[in-house]
Design a protein around this ligand. Structure first.
Ligand code: GLN
Ligand code: ZN
Length: 762
């Protein structure tokens, strides 16, 4: 009998109940008891939903109030001194680690642990710092507690835990630790805690445990055969039956050692990497390791093609027998919204394409049933829906397809090399040395958001809304005039979000009402969904930029979100490649860039903060990605003449390893985040002989703190020691939308004063 399994489930709760109670606990409006009570009822709700969907193997222990990796550190007693010394109760210590804690009256001010992106998803884990002297002890056995809690409800679960190697690979290393320290060196100290935890589970009668080892899909894990052997040979004798999961990629050469581990089953991500199945089946055939096929995507929101999934699973069944095969989700469902059933504004056709967490549970169950010889009505309906979707896909926008097919080399390049363009732009823009500018957005005030809410609800007319936005733009222009900036922006008041704003104006996107997906802690985003070929029915930003330009003689910088970033922060289609989708977006943006230039906008910034995070997990896949990603940027920006200055902006700047690609973007000006790092990253630019203009952010916009004038002068001086002064632009780290006007005025005044000083002194 093939069984169905789900690896994990969203934590938000129906009606966002978890998010609400957690935030009201933080605000002091709910008690810890109320919080725990809601958490308990949400866990029940999750287990019952999964069970009622017909799933055989139900997860527990992966629920969290903030983040699952943070839970592990806390449960293992890794609580750095700066939190432990606050004399807080357990829950508040835990939250302080996740989000910091400030209580001016009590003189408490501790920053949060750093966060990091979880594999290539938009979820962020909390990375508690570890050092050589870190000690582990089992503070609490969350897996056991949740197992018992579910059991009391009559539901038998499979507890979930990160494997020790993945855990140590994801946590941070303490600043005080020696430079060559690796948390993985703590493995021997950590193992006893895992043994204790797992033997408690076994003692309580737990039959199966799911050990998540997503680190297995990275190149570096291929060298960890002896570590994996050591860990699982130590754990297997004391633990329930172990299923190791390998979400987000392929296990690659690691299968060589995985096949000899003493485990019950190995899970594969067949959504991302269906091709790995044959090799893994061949490797497992002569062992007694079973296989769990991750066929239902935990990462996208599309209905699974159950017939195709079944065919793949049948291959495994015929190689190994149905006793040795289970089917499951490719990863936890935490990356998907909770349920399609609550969406009221999508058409029935659109709804028939989608599958969120609850529906994915039903799909895994239907798949297992079908493999056991019983095709349910859901399976039949799925076959029809998939056929209809395929039909829809065929009715694609042939004009868009043809245009993508006829992209030429010439369309990917500016007319002249940078040196020539630069001369043309100099005349045209007339900017001083050390020109000052900002990254685009100005404070998104309550008034702006209220005006937008009223417009969405139909309480004010389109004209009234646009008038309000024009007034904001006028205000931004006056502000920049007063402060004395050189290259202006319109301030982006009309944008709800830098991706959604464009998605709403392009053909090919749909939007959910309640499709919230966890980004970190209690922060959730609602990514747009690409459903069909993308095109631009009419100009998107020209009207606002042209209006802003009409108010001033200073050059106005147009502001767009780049193709790679729009795609990365949306749910992409599954039927065409990301490359094709990115190129479609690039063509739409290319037209926008040309229209902006024709409307007299002389500088245009195309933001690509997500270009680095879209990098594939395995190095072998980098070249292909970087080629199309950089080509997409070039395609979107190369339609204009030499005298248009093309800018780009990246929030993060750890691109040492992909530097040639940053260079190949061939933007006239780039702005990067640089205030927090020391200026070492500029050495990379220097060592590559980077010759285009660059604005390393001179202050951090993530905090309300106002940088002093001297501080910015020092920064500029240090920058001018590494890079030619003529190539330097003066700007903050990122957009100012989350800041208030007062601190923005003080900060930018200091920035302008420092730049003026630099002009005569550096
Ligand atoms: N232009 C955008 C802004 O200023 C850029 C935001 C970003 O890089 N995340 O808000
Ligand atoms: Zn940014």
């Amino acid at each position: 009998m093939v069984k169905s399994a789900v690896l994990g489930y969203p934590r938000i709760g129906v009606g966002r109940s978890m998010k609400k109670i957690i935030e009201s606990y933080w605000a002091g409006n709910a008690s810890a008891e109320q919080l725990q009570e809601t958490a308990k009822s949400v866990r029940k709700e999750r287990w019952e939903t999964i069970k009622n969907a017909g799933v055989d193997i139900i997860p527990s222990g992966e629920f969290t109030l903030y983040d699952q990796l943070l839970d592990h550190s806390y449960n293992f007693g890794v609580i750095p001194e700066r939190y432990a010394s606050q004399q807080l109760n357990g829950l508040d210590t835990y939250f302080a680690m996740g989000r910091g804690r400030q209580d001016k009256a009590k003189g408490v001010d501790v920053v949060a642990c750093e966060m990091g992106k979880y594999f290539d998803s938009n979820y962020h884990v909390v990375k508690v710092p570890h050092a050589p002297n870190t000690e582990f002890k089992l503070n609490q056995n969350q897996q056991l507690a949740e197992y018992e809690e579910a059991k009391a409800l009559g539901i038998i679960t499979r507890p979930v835990i990160f494997g020790p190697i993945t855990y140590l690979s994801l946590v941070a290393k303490s600043r005080e630790a020696p430079a060559d320290f690796e948390p993985l060196s703590l493995l021997d100290k950590l193992l006893p805690v895992y043994k204790e935890l797992l033997s408690q589970l076994k003692g309580a009668g737990v039959e199966h445990v799911q050990i998540d080892e997503p680190i297995l899909v990275l190149d570096k894990a291929e060298a960890w055969g002896s570590e994996y052997k050591k860990v699982y040979e130590a754990l297997a004798p004391v633990a329930p039956k172990i299923t190791i999961t390998s979400s987000y990629g392929r296990v690659g050469k690691s299968i060589e050692y995985l096949k000899s581990l003493p485990i019950y089953a190995l899970h594969l991500d067949l959504d991302r990497e269906p091709k790995q199945l044959d090799e893994v089946l061949a490797a497992l055939k002569s062992t007694d390791i079973n296989i769990e096929l991750g066929l239902v995507s935990g990462r996208n929101i599309w209905k699974t093609d159950l017939k195709a999934a079944k065919a793949l699973a049948e291959k495994a069944v015929s190689e190994l027998s149905s006793e040795r095969v289970n089917v499951s989700t490719s990863s936890s469902l935490l990356h998907t919204p909770i349920s399609v059933k609550v969406e009221k504004k999508l058409t029935s056709e659109q709804l028939s394409w989608l599958s969120f967490a609850e529906e994915k549970c039903e799909e895994v169950a239907a798949l297992a049933q079908a493999l056991n010889g019983k095709e349910s009505s859901l399976f039949e309906q799925n076959t029809k829906d998939i056929a209809a979707r395929r039909e829809f896909e065929r009715s694609s926008d042939s004009a868009v397809r043809d245009r993508v097919a006829s992209i030429s080399e010439e369309m990917l390049s500016r007319k002249s090399p940078f040196a020539t363009r630069r001369e043309a732009q100099k005349k045209h823009l007339n900017l001083p040395k050390f020109p000052t500018t900002t990254i685009g957005s100005f404070p998104q005030t309550k008034e702006i958001r209220q005006a937008r809410a009223k417009f969405t609800k139909g309480e004010i007319t389109k004209e009234e809304y646009e008038k309000a936005m024009e007034a904001e733009i006028q205000n931004a222009v006056d502000f920049q005039t007063k402060v004395g900036l050189d290259l202006f922006v319109h301030g982006e008041p009309e944008r709800n979000d830098m991706v959604q704003y464009f998605g709403e104006q392009l053909n090919g996107f749909i939007f959910t009402q309640l499709g919230w997906v966890q980004s970190y802690g209690s922060r959730y985003v609602r990514p747009p969904i690409v459903v069909s070929d993308v095109s631009r029915p009419s100009p998107m930003t020209v009207r606002w930029s042209a209006y802003a330009q009409s108010l001033t003689d200073k050059p106005m910088k147009g502001m767009l979100t780049g193709p790679v970033t729009i795609l990365n922060w949306s749910f992409p289609r599954a039927d065409v490649s990301k490359e094709v989708q990115s190129k479609q977006l690039a063509l739409a943006l290319r037209d926008e860039v040309v229209d902006l230039a024709n409307a007299g906008i002389k500088a245009i910034q195309v933001d690509e903060p997500a270009i680095r995070e879209g990098l594939p997990l395995r190095k072998a896949d980098w070249d292909n990605y970087l080629t199309w990603a950089v080509d997409s940027f070039r395609l979107s920006t190369s339609g204009v003449g030499d005298d248009t200055q093309v800018h780009s902006h990246f929030c993060y700047s750890d691109f040492g390893d992909i530097f040639p690609s940053i260079q190949r973007l061939d933007a006239d000006v780039i702005s990067i985040e640089a205030s927090k790092a020391d200026l070492k990253l500029l050495d990379v630019f220097k060592s590559y002989g980077y010759s285009n203009e660059i604005g390393p952010g001179v202050y951090d916009i993530h905090s309300p703190r106002v940088p002093g004038e001297q501080e910015i002068k020092d920064r500029l001086e240090a920058m001018a020691k590494v890079l030619p002064a003529d190539n330097l632009i003066v700007n903050p780290d990122c957009g100012l939308k989350t800041r208030g006007w007062k601190e923005t005025e003080e900060s930018l005044s200091n920035l302008v004063a420092a730049a003026r000083w630099a002009r005569s002194s550096l």
